[in-house]
Design a protein around this ligand. Structure first.
Ligand code: NAG
Ligand code: NAG
Ligand code: NAG
Ligand code: NAG
Ligand code: NAG
Ligand code: NAG
Ligand code: NAG
Ligand code: NAG
Length: 577
C-alpha cells in the first residue's frame, strides 16, 4: 500500500517534469541580419552549451566570421577563421568580384572545430580546397593555416563515420574520404544528382535512426532555390530521394523572404531540431535586396525513422522553445545588432566586425596616428573601380573600411577631416556591394567653379553601377563647400529611411542637427548585378581616382545605428539594440 502511494507520487512528479514546461517560441528572422550567406551551424554542449554559426565571405577580409550564441537570438562575433594574408596569399590574383571564400561547413569533432571551404577563381583557374581548424573558436590567432586539398566540387561538407573514416561530400553530389591533417582525398564518386534542379550544391550528411541523410540545395541560389533530401542505409548509397521534396523552399510563393535554401540542420540542448538557411528579403519580384542573402532559422520536426519536416521561413517565426536569453559568451567581438560608437581612441584596435575587400596594404589604416588622436587615418588607394581592361585594379589593397549593413533602416555618420592638394583626390562614405557597384559621397579636389586654373575641395555624390539592371543611374551631384565649413571636419551621413533608397547628406560639425541632402540613390543599384552573392557594406574610402594624389584623410566619430528591420511587406520591427 505504502509503496503504491510512493510510486503514484513518483509518477505524478515524472509526468510533471516530462510535460514541456515551456511553450513554443516566437522570434524574428533573419537571425543573422545583413549579408550572411550560406550559413552552417553546430551546437556544442562541450563548449558551455553554445551554438556556433559561420557564413561565406567571398572577397571580404577578415573572412568566415564565427558567431556564437547561447539562445539562438543573441549572436556574438567570436572570431574569423580566415584572418591573415598567409592563409591564402593569392587572393590578390582574383579578378572576378565573386571570387573568394565560397560556402563553408562548420563542424566540431572531439574538441576541434573545422571550417572546410573552397577558394574559387571563377576566371578559369579553378577551386582550391581549404580546411581551417581550431580548438579555441574565440581567438583569431588560434585558427590554423589551412590544410589544402584537391577539390572536386564546391560547398564541401564533413562527416565522421563510425568506421573511423572522415567523408567529404561536395556539390554534384560527390563523395570522397579525406585526411584532415594532410588533405589527401580518395577518388570522387557521384552519389546523388538531386531531383533535377539546377546546381545541386551545399550538401550535408547526417546520421539518424540507421540512415545516412543527404540534404542539398537545388535550383540555384536565386528565386528557384530549394532544399531536397535523400537517404541510404550506406554512406556510399544508393540514395533514395524523398517523395515529398523539396523539404524547404520559397519558390513560387509570394513570401517576402525568398531564395530560401542552402540549409544546415542541428539539434539544441533539448534535442529539438532546427534548420538555418539563406534567404533574401525581396518578395518574388527579387529586384530590391541590397542586404543580399541573410541567415534565417526555422524549426524542424524529425520523428524517428521519418523524413524531417521543415517549417517555411517567415519574418515572425514560430518554433521550439528557445533557450533562456543569455549573453554570457566569450570573446571580445560585438553582438550583431550592437550600434557602432567608434572613436578610434589611442591604443584601441579596429573593431572586430570592420572589413575590407581583399587584404589592404600595410599602413592603409592607422588608429590615432601621431598628432591625430581619436581618428582613423586613411592612405588613399589608386582606385576603387576596376575597368574591363584592368580588372585587377585595387586587387593589391583598397583604402576601404566597412561594416555589414545589418538593418533595413539605419543611420550612419562619420566626421571627415581632409585637405586635398591634388586634382581628383577624394575621401568619403560609401554603400558598397562590389568594386563595380557602389554609391559614394565624398570630398574631392576639383577645378574651381569660378577659375578653372584653381582647384578647390567640393562635395560629390556619385554612383557606380555597371552590371545592374536598374536603367539609368542618378547623375553625379557636385556642390561647393560653404567657406566656413572648410576649417573643420565635415559630417557625412548615409541614411536608409525606407527600404528602397539611400539618402546621402552633409552637416557642419558645429550644427550636426542641420543636415543638407546631397543625393538620393535607389537600393537596386546595389542589389545583384556583379554582386549576386554579396550584400551591402557601409563605410569609408579614400582614393586618388587614378591620379597622383597621396594626401591622407582622417575619420572620426564613426556611428552606425539600426533604425528598423523590415520583416514583411507592411511590417517593420525595431532593430536589435
Ligand atoms: C600578390 O601579392 C604578392 C605579395 O603579397 C605579390 O608578390 C604579387 O605580385 C601580387 N600579385 C599580383 C597579381 O598583383
Ligand atoms: C589543423 O591544421 C594544421 C595545419 O595548419 C594541421 O597540421 C593539423 O593536423 C590540423 N589538425 C587537425 C586536428 O586536423
Ligand atoms: C549523376 O549524373 C552523372 C552525369 O549524368 C552520372 O555520371 C552519375 O552516374 C549520376 N549519379 C548518380 C548517383 O546517379
Ligand atoms: C526558375 O525556373 C524556371 C523553370 O525552370 C525558369 O524558367 C526560370 O528562369 C528560373 N528562374 C531563375 C531565376 O533561375
Ligand atoms: C512547436 O513547434 C514545433 C516545430 O514547428 C511543432 O512541431 C510543434 O507541433 C509545436 N508545438 C505546439 C504545441 O504548437
Ligand atoms: C589608370 O591610369 C592608367 C594610366 O593612365 C590607365 O592605364 C589605367 O587603365 C587606369 N586605370 C583605371 C582603373 O582607371
Ligand atoms: C564663385 O562665383 C559665385 C558667383 O558667380 C560666388 O557666389 C562664389 O562665392 C564664388 N566662389 C568662390 C570660391 O570664389
Ligand atoms: C524612400 O525614401 C526616398 C528618399 O528619402 C524617397 O525619395 C522615396 O520617395 C521614399 N519611398 C517611399 C515609398 O516612401
Amino acid at each position: 500500500m505504502y509503496s503504491v502511494i510512493v510510486w503514484t507520487l513518483l509518477l505524478i512528479v515524472e509526468v510533471a517534469f516530462a510535460t514541456p514546461s515551456k511553450a513554443n517560441s516566437t522570434f524574428f528572422n533573419p537571425i543573422l541580419p545583413g549579408w550572411h550567406s550560406d550559413p552552417s551551424c553546430v551546437f556544442v554542449p562541450e563548449e558551455d552549451h553554445t551554438f556556433f554559426c559561420l557564413t561565406s565571405t567571398f572577397l571580404v577580409t577578415p573572412g568566415i566570421p564565427i558567431y556564437a550564441s547561447k539562445d539562438l537570438v543573441n549572436w556574438k562575433l567570436a572570431s574569423h577563421a580566415f584572418n591573415r594574408r598567409s592563409q591564402f596569399p593569392r587572393m590578390n590574383e582574383s579578378s572576378d568580384q565573386n571570387d573568394g571564400i565560397f560556402a563553408v561547413t562548420l563542424r566540431y569533432h572531439e574538441g576541434v572545430f573545422y571550417a572546410i571551404t573552397v577558394y574559387s577563381y571563377r576566371t578559369g583557374e579553378g577551386i582550391f580546397g581549404l580546411i581551417f581548424n581550431t580548438t579555441d573558436p574565440y581567438s583569431n590567432d588560434a585558427w590554423s593555416e589551412p590544410v589544402a586539398y584537391d577539390a572536386s566540387g564546391i560547398d564541401p561538407d564533413l562527416f565522421w563515420h563510425n568506421n573511423g573514416k572522415v567523408y567529404m561530400a561536395s556539390s554534384g553530389t560527390i563523395l570522397q574520404t579525406i585526411d584532415l591533417s594532410t588533405g589527401v582525398v580518395s577518388a570522387p564518386v557521384s552519389i546523388w544528382n538531386g531531383t533535377g534542379g539546377a546546381y545541386p550544391e551545399g550538401p550535408h550528411i547526417y546520421h539518424k535512426d540507421d540512415y545516412y541523410y543527404l540534404m542539398i540545395g537545388e535550383g540555384g541560389t536565386e528565386t528557384n532555390h530549394s532544399e531536397t533530401i535523400a537517404r541510404s542505409r550506406n554512406i556510399d548509397g544508393p540514395y533514395e530521394s524523398y517523395e515529398g521534396n523539396p523539404i524547404l523552399t520559397a519558390r513560387r510563393t509570394t513570401n517576402y523572404f525568398q531564395t530560401v535554401g542552402h540549409a544546415d540542420l542541428f539539434q539544441d540542448g533539448n534535442e529539438n531540431w532546427w534548420a538555418v538557411a539563406l534567404s533574401t528579403r525581396s518578395g518574388p519580384e527579387w529586384a530590391n535586396y541590397p542586404m543580399g542573402r541573410e541567415t534565417v532559422l526555422t524549426p524542424v520536426t524529425w520523428k524517428e525513422g521519418e523524413w524531417p519536416v521543415v517549417d517555411s521561413v517567415h519574418g515572425e517565426q514560430r518554433g521550439w522553445p528557445l533557450p533562456k536569453p543569455n549573453k554570457k559568451i566569450g570573446g571580445s567581438g560585438p553582438f550583431l545588432g550592437d550600434p557602432d560608437v567608434v572613436d578610434f581612441e589611442p591604443g584601441s584596435k579596429l573593431p572586430a566586425h570592420f572589413v575590407t575587400w581583399r587584404w589592404p596594404q600595410d599602413g592603409t589604416f592607422a588608429v590615432s596616428p601621431p598628432g591625430h588622436p581619436n581618428s582613423l587615418r586613411l592612405k588613399p588607394s589608386k582606385t576603387v573601380t576596376p575597368t574591363d581592361e584592368d580588372p585587377l585594379a585595387g586587387a593589391n589593397g583598397l583604402s576601404l573600411l566597412m561594416r555589414v549593413q545589418t538593418d533595413t533602416l539605419f543611420t550612419y555618420t562619420v566626421d571627415l577631416s581632409f585637405n586635398p592638394k591634388v586634382l581628383d583626390e577624394e575621401a568619403g562614405v560609401t554603400i558598397f556591394l562590389t568594386q563595380r557597384q557602389h554609391l559614394d559621397l565624398g570630398v574631392v579636389m576639383l577645378p574651381s567653379s569660378n577659375n578653372s586654373l584653381k582647384l578647390e575641395p567640393k562635395l560629390r555624390f556619385r554612383t557606380t553601377g555597371a552590371g545592374t539592371t536598374v536603367g539609368s543611374l542618378p547623375q553625379p551631384v557636385v556642390k561647393s563647400i560653404p567657406e566656413p565649413w572648410l576649417k573643420h571636419p565635415i559630417t557625412l551621413q548615409i541614411q536608409a529611411k525606407n527600404d528602397t533608397h539611400y539618402t546621402f547628406s552633409v552637416a557642419s560639425i558645429r550644427d550636426r542637427g542641420t543636415t543638407h541632402v546631397i543625393g538620393v540613390a535607389p537600393a537596386t543599384i546595389v542589389s545583384g548585378g556583379t554582386g549576386p552573392f554579396t550584400g551591402s557594406l557601409v563605410g569609408v574610402y579614400a582614393t586618388s581616382n587614378n591620379g597622383s594624389g597621396t594626401t591622407e584623410s582622417y575619420i572620426s566619430r564613426w556611428r552606425y545605428t539600426g533604425d528598423g528591420q523590415k520583416i514583411d511587406y507592411n511590417r517593420i520591427v525595431e532593430s536589435k539594440k
